[in-house]
Design a protein around this ligand. Structure first.
Ligand code: NAD
Length: 325
């Protein structure tokens, strides 16, 4: 089977190339969009990532061209119209769990950097500035951490924070029995009591703009907000207002609502047209990473092996363990 990869980076090729003896792999660096979908012509399978477009229109055109299976090399699937795929008999598989610790640890990295300002200290010292002015942090030990979404990543994050001596509050529509040390509370209680709030739920209709004017108003003054999940969980303009008033004391994001126009590319020599991210970048208490929480050697190996396993199951006509539709 010949598989077309979209949004391919060097690190994807490195982890998938070892399976070249199993499948014929064709890599495209461009994302899958209306104007690139011609590249997928004649392929029975495509392998896509978080910002590839899998709208009904694109799926219909791909299905007309003979597409049978979409293999997501990620866990989230908010970018795929599953109904359209089902209607056309196109199977959709994903990698439901790949090293949840990779994302959980990145959330911790954002918290520690924002709190102890290590990114600022690094630059200061390189310039010969050894002053400690404005580098004051706080002890995480004893602080209350609110985890919204306690699935694989949220649970890994909660365990990590417990190990640091934090008190854990949790909110989820389904409680995780493997998290005995976290106290499940109502959303309002979590928002009102947490010093740090970390988002780990998927982007769905119910969770879109979970963080907006009203929910921000319910938070503690000076709260730290961390989002390693999906950009659409946050209403960016409302968060900017929260930062301007000081209600939000720190913001760490690995995902951004309009990231598909920006992330995974180098814009350093160009004029960025997105004024919202420009405003976010201007705050001294905002730390942005470009969707890199998954980027560990362990996670990439697992993504490649589970994706290939998913495609093998399809090729051999077996039950698709990780099918979404
Ligand atoms: P998971 O399915 O194991 O857990 C998600 C949890 O969210 C579940 O417990 C679910 O019940 C809960 N949830 C669903 N709707 C909710 C709601 N309305 N309110 C509160 N909780 C709700 O998923 P996971 O593997 O833990 O991944 C979580 C998310 O992390 C993914 O959906 C994806 O968007 C994101 N992610 C980001 C990266 C990255 O590199 N930044 C990598 C992997 C995953």
């Amino acid at each position: 089977m010949n598989i077309a990869f979209f949004s391919t980076k060097a690190y994807d090729k490195e982890s998938f190339d070892r399976y070249r003896s199993t499948f014929d792999l064709t890599y495209f660096e461009v994302p899958l969009q209306e104007h690139t979908l011609k590249l997928a012509e004649g392929f029975e399978a495509i392998c896509v990532f978080v910002n590839d477009h899998l709208t009904a229109s694109i799926i219909n055109q791909l299905a007309d061209g003979g597409l049978k299976i979409i293999a997501l090399r990620c866990a989230g699937f908010n970018n795929v119209d599953l109904d359209a795929a089902r209607n056309r008999g196109v199977k959709v598989v994903r990698v439901p769990a790949y090293s949840p610790e990779a994302v959980a640890e990145h959330a911790l990295a954002l918290i520690l950097a924002l709190n102890r300002k290590t990114h600022k200290a690094y630059n200061r010292v390189r310039e010969g500035n050894f002053s400690l002015e404005r580098l004051m942090g706080f002890n995480l030990h004893g602080k209350t951490i609110g985890v919204i979404g306690t699935g694989l990543i949220g649970a890994a994050f909660a365990r990590t924070m417990q190990a640091l001596g934090c008190r854990l509050l949790a909110y989820d529509v389904v409680e995780n029995p493997d998290l005995p040390l976290a106290e499940y509370v109502k959303m309002e209680e979590l928002l009102g009591q947490s010093d740090v709030i970390s988002l780990h739920c998927p982007l769905t209709e119910a969770t879109k703009y979970l963080i907006r004017e009203e929910t921000i108003a319910a938070m503690k003054d000076g709260v730290m907000l961390i989002n390693t999940s999906r950009g659409g969980l946050i209403h960016t303009k409302d968060v900017i207002e929260g930062l301007k008033t000081g209600k939000i004391g720190y913001l760490g994001i690995d995902v951004y609502e309009q990231e598909e126009h920006l992330f995974f590319r180098d814009w350093s020599e160009q004029i960025i047209q997105d004024d919202l991210i420009g405003r976010l970048m201007s705050f001294p208490n905002v730390l942005i990473t470009a969707h890199q929480a998954f980027l560990t050697q362990e996670a990439l190996q697992q993504i490649a092996s589970v994706t290939i396993q998913n495609l093998q199951e399809y090729a051999e006509g077996r039950h698709l363990k990780n099918q979404l539709n």
